[in-house]
Write a protein that binds this ligand. Sequence first.
Ligand SMILES: NC(=O)c1ccc[n+]([C@@H]2O[C@H](COP(=O)([O-])OP(=O)(O)OC[C@H]3O[C@@H](n4cnc5c(N)ncnc54)[C@H](O)[C@@H]3O)[C@@H](O)[C@H]2O)c1
Length: 321
Amino acid sequence: MAILVTGAAGFIGCNMVQRLLASNHRIFGIDNLSNGSRKNIAHSLQDARFVFVEADLSDLSAFMPVAQQFHSTDPITEVWHLAANSDIPAGIDDAGVDLRDTFMTTFNTLEVMKRLKIKQLAFASTSAVYGDHENVRLHEDIGPLLPISNYGAMKLASEALISAAAEAWLERAWIFRFPNVIGVPATHGALLDFIRKLRQTPDNLNVLGNGTQQKGYLHVSELIDAMLYIREFAEERLAYYNIGSDDEGVTVRFMAEQVVAAAAPAAKISFGEGNKGWVGDVPRFVYSIEKLRALGWQPKIGSADAIKLAIHEIIDQEMHQ
Ligand SMILES: NC(=O)c1ccc[n+]([C@@H]2O[C@H](COP(=O)([O-])OP(=O)(O)OC[C@H]3O[C@@H](n4cnc5c(N)ncnc54)[C@H](O)[C@@H]3O)[C@@H](O)[C@H]2O)c1
């Protein structure tokens, strides 16, 4: 019996692979390495229970034979679908990016699962499915769901497809809606961006937007705890849960100041204009994790401490590149 992890070489995927191996599972991983890397899974590849193949999930003719091969070696009972485009601005510039990497990867994952009769799916969704509700606390049943990025739109469409599959043939589905996750190996995100910019120009940090954007941040170790907790304890056939920090979050200004203090204390911070980092960025949202708390899980690390921890981890990562 094995678990298939898509996006296995990405930030969250490689952490998930490690955690699943630690709980004694046989893991198959797929990634096209567009944003992930073999380096991220080098440690896991030393474990004979992990097998990785590079393939594009948006191409069913490439994906299906790999999945069939895996399934014939050891039957897959569950899929963790974590592959997606994670460059939201790139998806705004070209809607085809999220159609291909965020939606078609989900469409094809379901297609493969249906053909191979794999009936359990865990899916990494996002707070971006909600759109911009300004200061209204985002709980799972708020509406209307009107995403403001193509990424959010294609994640919402993916959720809809999973919901339809759960009605027809999928026995269990867990949909995790999380906002900003931080930690290592960082493959994208504001902290990595700031740290890399400061390595290039140690005396100045240019920040997109005016720094007032405010969001909650969750460390990847806690995200994985929460996802596995929901996987174990949620009883619904189609379980959908917010996962996030249990606070009002921190501003981009706070993050920039923390990065500067840790990486280049003499640097001056220059802010841009407007309260959005890019088109499609939700500038401020307050997240509800009441449903998850009622299930019995809540994070131990607040947003500010998660940021400080991740800054040190990412600086260390960049120094050892
Ligand atoms: N990191 C966050 O803050 C965050 C927040 C909400 C949701 N998510 C979701 O969590 C999941 C993992 O995100 P991440 O932060 O690890 O990003 P990531 O970019 O590090 O990982 C995604 C992986 O998917 C792979 N991939 C992309 N398109 C592919 C394709 N067509 N075929 C095969 N592989 C493909 C990439 O190479 C990458 O390794 C994604 O679904 C993302 O949308 C992440």
